[in-house]
Design a protein around this ligand. Sequence first.
Ligand SMILES: Cc1ncc(COP(=O)(O)O)c(C=O)c1O
Length: 436
Amino acid sequence: MREYRGSIALYEESRRHMAGGVSSNVRYASVPVPLFFACGEGARLIDVDGNVHIDYVLGNGPAILGHAPPEVIKAVADSLADGQVFAAQHRRESALAKRLCGLLPGAELVRFCTSGTEAAMMALRIARAFTGRRKIVKFEGHYHGWTDQTYISVRPTGNEAGPANAPVPVAESPGTAPGSLDDVIVRGWNDLQGLEALFAKEGAEIAGVIMEPVMVNGGAILAQAGYLQGVADLCRRHGALFICDEVITGFRAGLTGAQGRFGFTADLSIYAKAVAAGFPLAMVTGRRDVMEILQTRGVMHGGTYNGNVQSMAAALAALDLLERDGGAVYAAMEKRGERLMRELQALGKRHGLPILAQGLPTIFQTFITTDPPPRNFREAAATDRDRAMALSRALQDEGVRVNQRCSWFLSAAHDDATIDETLAAADRAMARVVAG
Ligand SMILES: Cc1ncc(COP(=O)(O)O)c(C=O)c1O
């Protein structure tokens, strides 16, 4: 059994000075306490107790090239002496914008910021300003950051969430301004008919529809055939904007994100995480006529650290690697991810644990369920979460780090030997879960 004494002592110490001892509530989820890490390299993290973890959390997605990728570190180190923030423009920033507009579907213009939360805020403001309408449609289980207007119905419980065909918006945090719920309509995902019915009734008031194109936060669930294009068409017919939250899928579902992979184009898109391989960078991209209103109509977007030198340098270096040899790194990650998904399911079968690996090879979730694959948040919530948590804990003790729900992010640093090691650890972890 692994020891976490160093983490436990440091957590006690940090609770004296840091609210709750962490810098993000999401980090409470780790057991036995929020862990303290000393360093990371490639696919591995080492905690302060010297435990080595094969890391499938990857900072919740950004470390697509593994931890501390040398080429990115060098590019950032080389940029340090140039300065950090100018409150002005610089060459790296416009070079990156040019490359991104040449690469990403529907990206006619881009605006940089620092977090996915901010990018979602900006996109919603642009949508309201562009359309002159108030309402935003979001989906149960989808996460678009922690603001009052988006941290709604992310993990609602059965009683408060209302009927499946017309969910009640649920503010997930105390302190949310009560009025925030007035302009948000929540629907179940993967239900085009339900959305069509909503638009038929309230379409004239809807400014935009925001969604994760793969519902990663609610369970790495793929859109059903025709759904994404159907939503895009529906928005266009009714003059609303389709806002695609590619914060996780961007540069992970493939070089051109979910839109490139599944062949649809949103009006506005938001990206963060993998774009700068671990450095803080986010952005909104989209249609020229829509994005231009930041200037032509004075729609406010600011931010001291937007376009900072190091994040631009990191993203340029990351893009060099991700684009190399026609995106060869993605083909390799996909192959290894497919194998991991397949063999985790096979291991489950051998242990009598009904493991369902669902999602994309570079980001998937292992459910424990005998039901058909979940198609939305409510179906995902009905799977065996207690045993999924037990599996996550057992994996950690066997040297494999996944989050509590058992989501698996892959990086280019997860090579074949790492996958072999992971599967051997998963074999032991499943035996422990079954033994109780
Ligand atoms: C899909 C999605 N959108 C937005 C966000 C918010 O991004 P950030 O944590 O950078 O604010 C996240 C964060 O996990 C996310 O997964």
